[in-house]
Design a protein. Structure first.
Length: 218
């Protein structure tokens, strides 16, 4: 299997790449990102792409890959609502449309989040726009489309790309994980779960934190 991964500098995306490179059934990984990845591996190709609203020139990449794991995102605490919608919703949907146009057989896994509101009525920007993105992806003709809705993601490797608020929050995750294990997921477990979805699909389109933990543990 050949995988496209976005969000390579984030907690989830960097771990997806790390786990995919260890997986013998994944033969190639292409990271689409704004800057060169620090990771070097024979299976990994980094494609520098600046405009995530325009995917002109990437058709050959989309045609040659089997699935995309979309981890590109930003905290709603880092940007205003308009910017959050552009990054979370528009980047994702534009990419999905471009991939389908080039390769109707490509599979798509979207890293959403616990609490995503498909009614699009939540007062929380995160929930409303994640839900809107899930809805618009569902309108596209993917043969296999899955929404991963993790809870708090517990990093297992240091990541320079993490927002400083996340770094401050990180020491609390073991405590939260102990008190509310259903609300936390290790980044490596989440990564393996999303790779599993890319390789095998699933009967459920939307998978919550517990579903992902089970898949990632297999």
């Amino acid at each position: 299997m050949k995988l496209i991964v976005t969000g390579a500098t984030g907690t989830a995306g960097s771990e997806v790449i790390r786990q995919a490179l260890k997986d013998d059934t994944v033969t190639a990984v292409t990271a689409i990102c704004r800057r060169q990845s620090d990771v070097a591996h024979p299976k990994l190709t980094t494609v520098i792409h600046k405009d995530f609203l325009d995917y002109t020139g990437l058709d050959s990449i989309f045609k040659s890959h089997d699935a995309c794991i979309w981890c590109l995102g930003v905290s709603s605490q880092q940007v205003n609502e308009e910017q959050y919608e552009v990054i979370t919703h528009m980047y994702t949907v534009k990419a999905a449309q471009a991939m389908l146009h080039a390769n109707p057989g490509i599979d798509f896994i979207f890293l959403s989040g616990e609490g995503a509101d498909v009614l699009e009525k939540s007062r929380q920007i995160f929930a409303r726009i994640k839900g809107k993105t899930e809805n618009d992806l569902s309108k596209l003709s993917f043969g296999s489309l899955h929404m991963a809705r993790p809870g708090a993601i517990w990093p297992v490797h240091d990541n320079p790309g993490q927002h400083f608020l996340y770094k401050l929050f990180r020491p609390l995750l073991p405590i939260i994980g102990f008190l509310s294990p259903s609300g936390v997921i290790r980044a490596d477990v989440l990564a393996r779960a999303m790779i599993h979805l890319a390789k095998n699909g699933h009967t459920q389109r939307v998978l919550d934190n517990e579903d992902l933990k089970k898949l990632g543990a297999e």
